[in-house]
Design a protein. Structure first.
Length: 276
């Protein structure tokens, strides 16, 4: 059996995209790990599966698998690549594309010069809906991480995020604290861990240790979560440039209950087939 794929990237966060709109693809954790392996497979941070719609009013269903084979609810950079894929493949003629995900519906907008704008939905700060174990909702939380006190913001963008404010992103303990916070027992479904440096009210720097993938060059939902947490702390305005190792995203959020909007690039790298 040969499986056709497209390799795509958004700010260096790379994806294998599979079209399952005409024929189902049984993507189990073992196959996902094989496809994601950079030595024995294709290599990627995540695999994106394009399926027929499940939710009313949507054109497609969008599934995301991490490099470790785990399925997750949402991926911002992947959403932009998803939009570019279905448009370039002729699977839709629309520039506004409603898509269903495990976290609910989202809307993707194809714009000029390869940019894609995504309605990421409203951020969620209520602990049980992140999910995060806490007695009550707070602006931030003091967590014991291997005997060290770490202050975090907890937010969901359809998937769970912990945001840690640092003074210097270059020396931030991403490799040391990232995996410890990712698997901390207060996050029952594990968590993406963002290390954020605030440069100005309209500019953040961010590195993200992603759940099931390790540190990546960019994380769209992580950028949204970091901006939402910083805005909730009144550290930034309503429109912010988030600089990640792979490049910049523009994130806009006005107020609680409203959607976060993310704008950034999506690029096809190559197409191919893999023998299974």
């Amino acid at each position: 059996m040969r499986l056709a794929f497209s390799k795509m990237q958004g700010l260096g966060n790379d994806f294998v995209v599979l079209d399952a709109t005409e024929r189902p693809i049984a993507l189990d954790p073992a196959l996902a790990r094989r496809l994601a392996d950079r030595r024995f497979g294709i290599g990627c941070d995540q695999i994106l599966l394009v399926e027929p719609p499940r939710l009313p009013g949507t054109e497609f269903h969008y599934r995301i698998f991490n490099a470790d084979g785990s399925e997750v609810e949402q991926c911002g950079n992947g959403a932009r690549c998803f939009a570019r894929f279905v448009r370039d493949r002729g699977l839709t003629e629309h520039d506004e594309i409603p898509v269903g995900t495990a976290a609910g519906p989202i809307r993707l907008y194809l714009e000029d010069e390869g940019q894609v704008r995504v309605d990421m939905g409203a951020p969620e700060f209520e602990p049980e809906r992140i999910p995060f174990l806490a007695d009550r909702q707070a602006l931030d939380y003091d967590m014991d991480v291997a005997g060290e006190s770490v202050l975090i913001g907890a937010v969901s963008m359809g998937n769970p995020h912990a945001v840690i404010l640092v003074d210097d992103l270059d020396s931030a303990p991403v490799a040391r604290l990232g995996p410890l916070v990712e698997s901390h027992p207060r996050f029952p479904q594990r968590v993406n861990v963002g290390f954020m440096q605030i440069l100005a009210r309209d500019h953040l720097r961010l590195r993200v240790y992603e759940r099931g993938a390790g540190e990546t060059l960019a994380c769209g939902t992580g950028a949204c979560a970091a901006m939402a947490y910083a805005r909730r702390c009144d550290r930034v305005g309503a429109r912010v440039r988030v600089s990640l190792p792979g490049g910049d995203l523009m994130i806009a959020w006005n107020a609680p209950g409203e959607s976060v909007w993310m704008t950034g690039p999506a690029v096809q790298v190559f197409e191919g087939e893999i023998a299974l």
